[in-house]
Design a protein around this ligand. Structure first.
Ligand code: PLP
Length: 422
């Protein structure tokens, strides 16, 4: 990222950045780039979910959805999401309103009960560690922190986590019980795992007999380009490699229909399903099947999900394009930044010179632009290089987003040139 500037040019660029920043601060903006949540217009696309027939009662098999029961969720909804999440319908459960809750519960059940293949409960072991590809999703790290699970950062590459590092760590340390993965259009880099990464994850030798891949496929259907990236089927690869119980697949319709009022899914091997269902049977008398039936009627089938996601894309694509356009116009060739160009998902990762991310976020906040705290993309909020900033373009309106991006690039120039001059 280094571009050498003469002293004169540097002084000129710094002066220009200072003036731009003063003008920015004087505008008294109040903009927010932190929230990876759908914009109101995206939620409007699913409003028909709210007005479904008054006689909405029976699932395809005659189940009265208004009553207790059916711990696996409605078969017709599991059928729709089987294709989206690459899990056979009979191995997919349709559960509550949040996949994060399911991840939380799986950790709790593994800590307090015995996982298939485990020798003991995780809570009875001296150390439990998870591999955390970085940059990654802060809520995964927060779950580890909550339960005292040690986090071992693993660098991300453009193909997924660095598999040489992953293979070494899982082979040598039996305390390594899991890895967090957002395999498609990852949060926050937008990276999709290559076929080779998937097959190495499935086949690698793990010292822990109860190792699990937490495969959080939150952005499985969230394309932003015509390329429509597809990833290899991890569940099938694990089975083929003789490790059928290695994977927990998570997904939800939070960023398909309503965030927090959609349906969450869990897919895995028959042994893991039996394990989770037995645990769930203590926790619940059945999921919200009324909401599940609403989703069936609204989405209809996997093609219906694709059509709906094309409408989502039409709203999101101009925002992601604006982010790229403004970053390129204002930071391209400066040597002050690198950024990802995601083909889907919800985030762009901006990398600034080492030691600058916190200061960029601080200066942006002073000018009325709130960004995700620097460091949030790393375990314990600690980005050792202090270089990573997560941009979430979905929520603000187009004008607000563009203003916020102009402001952010001003802050990067200001802080970057100040550092160069120091
Ligand atoms: N997983 C990832 C990678 C996410 O980015 C998010 C939300 O931003 C979630 C899970 C939350 O999903 P849910 O709404 O199903 O709990």
């Amino acid at each position: 990222m280094t571009t050498e500037l003469s002293q004169d040019t540097l002084a000129g660029e710094l002066e220009r950045a200072r003036q731009d920043y003063a003008a920015l601060a004087a505008r008294g903006l109040s903009l927010d780039l932190t929230r990876g949540k759908p914009a109101p217009e995206q939620l409007d696309l699913s409003d028909d979910l709210l007005g479904l027939p008054r006689d909405l009662r029976s699932a395809a098999d005659g189940t009265d959805v208004r009553n207790y029961g059916n711990l696996k969720g409605l078969p017709e909804l599991r059928e729709i999401f089987a294709e989206v999440l690459q899990v056979p319908a009979e191995q997919l459960l349709a559960l509550g309103n949040s996949s994060l809750e399911l991840m939380h519960d799986c950790l709790v059940h593994a800590l307090l009960g015995v996982l298939p293949g485990a020798e003991s409960r995780w809570v009875d072991q001296e150390r439990v560690a998870f591999l955390c590809p970085v940059p990654g999703y802060d809520r995964h790290f927060a779950l580890c922190e909550r339960f005292g699970i040690e986090m071992i950062p693993v660098p991300m590459t453009s193909d997924g986590p660095d598999m040489d590092v992953v293979e070494r760590l899982v082979a040598e340390d039996p305390a390594v019980k899991g890895i967090w993965c957002v395999p498609k259009y990852s949060n926050p880099t937008g990276v999709s795992y290559s076929d080779e990464t998937v097959s190495r994850l499935a086949a690698m030798t793990t010292a822990a007999p109860d190792f699990r891949i937490f495969w959080d496929n939150a952005y499985a259907a969230h394309h932003l380009t015509d390329e429509q990236v597809e990833i290899a089927d991890l569940l099938a690869a694990c089975e083929a490699a003789g490790n059928p119980d290695r994977t927990f697949v998570f997904g939800s319709s939070s960023k398909i229909t309503f965030a927090g009022a959609g349906v969450a899914f869990f897919g895995s091997s028959p042994a893991n399903l039996t394990w989770l269902l037995a645990n769930n049977a203590k926790r619940s008398i059945g999921p919200d099947k009324v909401n599940q039936l609403r989703h069936v009627l609204f989405l209809r089938d996997a093609a219906g999900v694709r059509e709906h996601m094309a409408r989502q894309r039409a709203l999101l694509q101009p925002k992601f394009e604006a982010v790229q356009r403004i970053l390129e116009a204002e930071l391209g060739g400066t040597g002050l930044a690198r950024w990802t160009e995601p083909k889907g998902g919800y985030f762009v990762t901006l990398e600034v010179p080492d030691g600058c991310a916190k200061e960029v976020v601080r200066r942006a906040a002073e000018a009325g632009i709130v960004l995700t705290p620097a460091g949030a993309t790393h375990p314990h909020g600690d980005d050792p290089r202090d270089a990573t900033i997560r941009i979430a373009p979905s929520y603000p309106g187009q004008d607000d987003l563009e203003q916020a991006m102009h402001g952010l690039t001003t802050c990067v120039r200001l802080v970057g040139y100040e550092q160069k001059q120091a």
